[in-house]
Design a protein around this ligand. Structure first.
Ligand code: F6P
Length: 327
């Protein structure tokens, strides 16, 4: 017999991502529609351990769909990695009679959820919220579209000054171990080269590309570097290139946490709304311990261990295309 769910908790965890608020709103309103009571956990797993849960009703999540960050706050919890921390979190959830949780976050969040759900009988549903777009089981994660739009806007501005001074810019973007942000930013901003962990391009090959560009009268260039690039960040790569090829005056820009903020794009708001709604409906249909995602416009459910354990490769044809379009 499937379990009865009357009270659920929702929380955001790990790095914040634009669109998380839209997901919280969707969870609260879908749950309320189904006569469930919703509690917001403030501060991710840390808040769960501390018992910081507060009732959320539809009006508490009004006027947040357009806001970046997360009204529920977030954290990267060390204590939840320990069994004792998880036990304390379980006791907090029990104190509020919570029957199930909706976790909005990335791989660290779902790793925690997966371990917790094997130890304690409270089911979780995951909603992918991370700018990195590195989760298997969904075409896009909440926040990715906003982050690449922010990065492209920054690179557009850098182009103006790069062009005016005939300079070579190395622009570093986030993404942790994944090259999705870099690849999409590179394609969208018409970069001369993109360095990502999923495609091996060493310094010598990069210099060859830049030399060919210089021969073709490219007076300036922008290289996008994923922070997880195997040859170092933008600063190291710029220094290594400069040592062997000093044709261009070279500059470095690290976009950093700018990429995490700002009002979510409409794509992120729609994605977050769909996933928050799907998370609650999945719980009510008896689904447990999976991440909801969207693939080819259909909602899919992927067990946590697969969502975090399986690699999500970048499309190598996009890598090839970005190189061809940069000649
Ligand atoms: O996972 C999102 C992300 O922004 C990564 O791209 C980045 O590597 C990391 O978080 C930065 O984490 P923090 O904000 O904790 O320094």
């Amino acid at each position: 017999m499937s379990r009865v769910i009357k009270r659920i908790a929702v929380f955001t965890s790990g790095g914040d991502a634009p669109g998380m608020n839209a997901a919280v709103r969707a969870v609260v309103r879908t749950a309320t529609y189904h006569d469930l009571h919703v509690y917001g956990v403030y501060g991710g797993y840390e808040g769960m351990i501390n018992g910081d849960l507060r009732r959320l009703e539809p009006r508490n999540v009004g006027n947040i769909i357009h806001r970046g960050g997360t009204i529920l706050k977030t954290a990267r919890s060390q204590r939840f990695r320990e069994a004792a921390g998880r036990q304390q979190a379980y006791e907090s959830l029990q104190a509020f009679d919570i029957d199930a949780c909706v976790a909005i976050g990335g791989d660290g969040t779902f790793t925690g959820a997966s371990v917790f759900s094997k130890e304690h009988d409270i089911p979780f549903i995951g909603v992918p919220g991370t700018i990195d777009n590195d989760l298997f089981g969904t075409d896009y994660t909440i926040g990715f579209d906003t982050a690449i739009n922010t990065a492209v806007e920054a690179v557009d501005k850098i182009r103006d000054t790069a062009d005016s001074h005939n300079r070579l810019f190395f622009v570093e973007v986030m993404g942790r171990h994944s090259g999705y942000i870099a690849l999409h930013t590179g394609i969208g901003s018409g970069a001369g080269c993109v360095l990502i962990p999923e495609h091996d391009m060493n310094i010598n090959t990069l210099i060859d590309v830049l030399k060919k560009g210089a021969k073709r009268k490219k007076l300036f260039s922008v290289v996008i570097v994923a922070e997880g690039s195997p040859y170092g960040g933008a600063t190291e790569i710029a220094a290594a290139v400069k040592e062997k090829f000093d044709f261009y005056d070279t500059k470095v820009t690290i976009i950093g946490h700018l990429q995490r903020g700002g009002s979510p794009t409409c794509l992120d708001r729609v994605l977050a709304s769909r996933l928050g709604y799907a998370a609650v409906e999945s719980l009510l249909n008896g689904t447990e311990n999976v991440m909801v995602g969207i693939i080819n416009d259909e909602v899919v459910r992927t067990p946590f261990d697969e969502a975090i354990g399986k690699a999500k490769p970048v499309n190598q044809d996009l890598v090839r295309m970005s190189e061809i379009l940069a000649i």
